[in-house]
Design a protein around this ligand. Sequence first.
Ligand code: GAP
Length: 515
Amino acid sequence: MPQQEDVFKKLVSHCKEYGFVFPSSEIYDGLGAVYDYGQNGVELKNNIKKYWWDSMTLLNENVVGIDSAIFMHPTIWKASGHVDAFNDPLIDNKDSKKRYRADVLIEEQMAKYEDKINKEVEKAAKRFGEAFDEQKFRETNPRVLENKEKMEELHIRFAQALNDGNLEELRQIILDYEIVCPVSGTRNWTEVRQFNLMFSTEMGSTADGAMKIYLRPETAQGIFVNFLNVQKSGRMKIPFGIAQIGKAFRNEIVARQFVFRMREFEQMEMQFFVRPGEELKWFAQWKETRMNWHKALGLGDKKYRFHDHDKLAHYANAATDIEYEMPFGFKEVEGIHSRTDFDLSSHEKYSGKKIQYFDPEQNQSYVPYVIETSIGVDRMFLSILAGSFCEERLDDGETRVVLKIPPMLAPVKLAVLPLVKKDGLPEKAREIMDALKFEFHCQYDEKDSIGKRYRRQDAVGTPYCVTVDHDTLTDNCVTIRHRDTMQQERVPVADLDKIIADKVSMKNLLKQILK
Ligand code: GAP
């Protein structure tokens, strides 16, 4: 089994064992692609949301938040295009009876070529050592060139088929590239069909029957339909943005890879309303700002990349994804789209209400254009855990599992540990914790040896452990242990506040984005 898959499996079981993520309805054998967040998971998730919310609403005077309802008038989804066009192209394997997204099968085939290229490069780098010229190798090695050509050929054909909405061609690509079902290993495929991803339910019960409504597949529409409310009540001037965090629902057919693709998930979306004609300038600016937001977390700049879209959605005139290198390859975490005036114009048409902005500088009214930044909380959560999960072999031969979560996002910031359960140490530890708990999420632990307690805190990513020993009672100093280096230092209790705040403060993290 490839090593990365192994790491991913370990990560998933670690999430369960340490209270980050549980399968939903587990005692009833679970519910497909639905998950619950545990005591540590919810803290991490809340910290991610706070980081995003503050970066939007504190750092930008012209971005304000809302919280719109999940249930919305059904015509909204007609206007947005979701009723007619929010489909996935599906294909079934007749032998395994498994269903797949045709586009995902083809993307995985492209990733295989990329893998082959990277393996060649890795092998050559090992063989040539210091003298290795990677760029030259990529430009001249026949096997690399052959795979590159195959990948590009496939890419062009795939992009064309997607753009044309040509389902037959998607199937033909799968046949021509001899893509097999991962379960049965055969090429016995059905036709490709479109499948709408929205969940529906019914509201009310009247003599005429109940109204069919949808669970929102994105939070963005709640922002569009409140554009005028916010603009007028907040006296907002263009350019300005509206941010929202909330649940979204999609009946994903290929729901796998843990919390990466779920049927109920959470989005953090911001719609930035601009003058028509200025959208591409703002698109470029938000691309940069959003990438800085990710990189400020310090998981490693090389873990991120942009992926520009081949197929633009019917409403977009530019779109890119921010991808993170998950254990299963580079994957989309965030989408940035230039959505033109599609949504507002469409809501004007369907609602019959004028949705325009009077621009005092231009002395004219127009339907604003929109740049959207849309990130999944759960994918962000997964990227942080994947980037933080380490198994380290220690000098004494033991291994420790540690989550090197960026300290500002860690579920618990500080563990307070009395060395022994007697001699007044627990009381002193409680006193320290009582002073710090207003600012930091602290945990008190007096059970087991100090080594075992350190391991427990490492496993949930607590950046600091503070040990209270007999000397503390006389010198009022404690030993503080740093999670990543395991180094320990003796510090006065009075300094704890500052030492911890320096590392875990959201303020310092937010400042990094602007650097
Ligand atoms: N309003 C635009 C929109 O919804 P999207 O690219 O479909 O765009 C935005 O979704 C983000 O939502 C994605 O980048 C991803 O992080 C997250 N997302 C989408 N579908 C998801 C799913 N099934 N499970 C978890 N996260 C999902």
